[in-house]
Design a protein around this ligand. Structure first.
Ligand code: NAP
Length: 258
């Protein structure tokens, strides 16, 4: 039980951060993994590292998820390489900071294009492959920001992450007859390259706000994605799972220090 050997998986935004962690878990579990992002040098580096992890194949595909034709080319490349698509991890996302005072229409549009439209385009492009699988899985990387919490400077990002859940619930109903499940993971603060650059004191102060006393690792998200991708998870659809070390639980600071 719980095997992912020979599953054909696409992970968008898999060259770094959470996407890389998801791809690493699938590769280690013996799946064939297509990692997709925009930067070719980053793709080449990630493919080399991931290829050493498991028995399956790892390929790199360039994609801009905001472009539907590019998403179609990504899906076609995975089908050409592996023969099909069983799992799509919709993970690519951007999170530029902008307060409501400074946010421009172009800045708002780019966040919605990548995070919201990119979710639609990625799933639409992979639909045929996922349906042929007979056990198709879509796993969306949303966030606690938006669906559960707010953070000044990220209203557009929060709106985009909440929109992914709205998409998920209807997509789950539409795709259930084709045996495709659609679920979402809501990560809390996960240690990625961008956060590490902010220094140890910054990371330590973030960890103090989390009951578990630590930030999550990209693989913490990857392991949940892997479970949702198994055949055994076939009866779970349209659901979201918070993976945050308890970050969203305290009702006040007293709950953390008491
Ligand atoms: P990251 O380290 O910045 O990595 C983002 C990945 O997405 C990169 O591989 C990037 O590669 C790719 N990407 C960006 N725009 C793209 C586009 N238009 N088309 C295709 N690929 C694109 O990000 P992260 O922190 O791991 O976040 C990944 C996901 O997790 C996002 O959806 C984010 O909302 C969510 N999340 C993150 C955290 C956290 O603590 N880090 C918490 C909650 C949710 P290229 O630039 O080469 O395209």
């Amino acid at each position: 039980m719980f095997t992912l050997v020979d599953k054909n998986v696409i992970v968008t935004g898999a060259t770094k951060g959470i996407g890389y962690g998801i791809a690493a878990v699938f590769a280690t579990a013996g799946a064939n993994v297509a990692i997709a992002a925009r930067s070719q040098p980053d793709i080449d580096t990630a493919v080399t590292k991931l290829d050493a992890l498991g028995s399956g194949r790892v390929i790199g595909v360039t994609v801009d998820v905001a472009d539907p034709q590019s998403c179609q080319a990504m899906a076609d490349a995975a089908v050409a390489a592996f023969g099909g698509i069983d799992v799509l991890c919709v993970n690519a996302g951007i999170f530029p900071e902008a307060s409501l005072d400074t946010m421009t229409p172009a800045g708002l549009a780019s966040v919605l294009d990548v995070n919201v439209k990119g979710t639609f385009f990625s799933v639409q492009a992979c639909l045929e492959g996922l349906a042929k699988s007979g056990a198709g899985r879509v796993v969306i990387t949303s966030s606690i920001t938006g669906p559960v919490t707010g953070f000044p400077g990220w209203s557009h990002y929060g709106a985009s992450k909440a929109a992914q859940l709205g998409f998920m619930r209807t997509a789950a109903i539409e795709l259930a007859p084709r045996k495709i499940t659609v679920n979402a993971i809501l990560p809390g603060n996960i240690v990625t390259e961008g956060l590490i650059d902010k220094g140890e004191e910054y990371l330590a102060s973030m960890a103090r706000a989390i009951p578990a006393g630590m930030l999550g690792e990209p693989e913490d998200i990857g392991h949940v994605a892997a479970f949702l991708a198994t055949d055994e998870a076939r009866f779970i659809t349209g659901q979201s799972i918070v993976v945050d070390g308890g970050q969203t639980l305290p009702e006040s600071l007293d709950a953390l220090t008491g």
